[in-house]
Design a protein around this ligand. Structure first.
Ligand code: KG4
Ligand code: ZN
Length: 325
């Protein structure tokens, strides 16, 4: 089954055609990130207007001359203005083409990037979604059966990269910039906190790390930026790795699935690979926002609705609405 995925939850406008949830036939992404760089972060209205401008051409390119049997669209979570552009477009296309449309949860969908490279993760799986807006650890008992184990109490991991990068005067988005700079730095020069690392739960917190970086930068006139970048990156990795390893052991999972923009981080990938097995990490282009995993998610959780029923929900949570008992 060929599904057209549409993703507009934030500042990427994306469309993709995926066959049977596993084979990528096309993958088109337009990003408005450059427009947000001057402001050092995303401006929701600018992002939504860019979505409007880009979505139809992006869908046209993704479709080519091919035909699809169904549509899938991110309904949340995300910026409401951006989400509405995708949802209303999918609704209109479903109506005109008389095709079914599947509403997709963006956070659950991130995990499906792990089904797109010829591999087949086994259940129960532990999922770690580390993105700009979310850091969630989930137990995936089966397709559509996702239980939330814990997550960040304040800033998301990507948000911490982005905010500390800003303190160091680096452009947005901060994750790739910190990781580049960190290659030349010593992660032990600065003593940075690993909040909640010893606690027995699966919750995380990153705002203390951000505050520590702000305080150190104020105190020391000449900060060694590369060392600070390496220190920030390692502190984030240490906390994520400790909590993920603990959850993998406790729930005796058969696979660990990494997903989300921060999973593109090379050091995180290497350090996780050294410690966790069997581990699945999508290639970096499939970690950051795109529509391939939206289509894949819709295939494995095929619950189409009529176009009248589809609606955006900016506050959607990762956990599925099922009985786990
Ligand atoms: O999943 P994503 O593309 O969008 C959201 O749904 O949020 O994630 C974006 C986040 C940003 O915070 C960005 O700084 C971070 O992913 N990121 C990285 C890297 N590439 C992107 N963080 C660390 N290292 C990277 N290489
Ligand atoms: Zn995302």
């Amino acid at each position: 089954m060929r599904i057209l995925g549409i993703e507009t939850s934030c500042d990427e406008t994306a469309a993709a055609v995926v066959e049977d949830g596993t084979k990528i036939l096309s993958n088109v992404v337009a990003s408005s990130v450059e427009l947000h760089q001057k402001a050092g972060g995303i401006i929701p209205e600018v992002a939504a207007r860019e979505q409007l401008k880009c979505l139809i051409p992006v869908i046209e390119e993704a479709l080519g001359r091919g035909k699809v049997e169904a549509l899938a669209v991110t309904v949340g979570p995300g910026l409401i203005g951006s989400l509405l552009v995708g949802v209303e477009t999918a609704k209109t296309l479903a109506y005109i083409w008389k095709k079914p449309v599947v509403p997709v949860n963006h956070l659950q969908a991130h995990l499906y990037a792990n089904w797109l490279e010829g591999k087949k993760p086994r259940f129960p799986a532990l999922g770690l979604v580390v993105s700009g807006g979310h850091t969630d650890l989930v137990l995936m008992k089966d397709h559509g059966k996702i239980k939330w184990l814990g997550g960040t109490r304040d800033d998301a991991a990507g948000e911490c990269f982005d905010k500390t990068a800003r303190v160091l005067g680096l452009p947005y988005p901060g994750g790739p910039e910190i990781s580049k700079l960190a290659k030349k730095g010593n992660s032990q020069t600065y003593n940075l906190p690993r909040p909640m690392i010893k606690q027995e739960n699966f919750d995380l917190s990153f705002s203390g790390l951000k505050t520590a970086v702000i305080n150190l930068t104020r105190k020391e006139k000449k900060i060694k930026k590369a060392d600070m970048a390496a220190g920030i990156q390692q502190a984030i990795i240490d906390v994520i790795l400790a909590k993920t390893a603990k959850a993998a052991e406790k729930f005796k999972v058969k696979s660990v699935l990494l997903a989300g923009g921060v999973a593109a981080n090379q050091q995180l990938r290497e350090q996780m690979e050294a410690k966790l097995a069997p581990l699945f990490i999508p290639k970096p282009q499939l970690c950051t926002d795109n529509a391939t995993y939206i289509a894949s998610n819709a295939f494995f959780n095929y619950q189409p609705v009529s176009w009248q029923e589809i609606a955006a929900d900016s506050g959607l949570r990762i956990e599925s609405d099922v009985d786990f008992s």
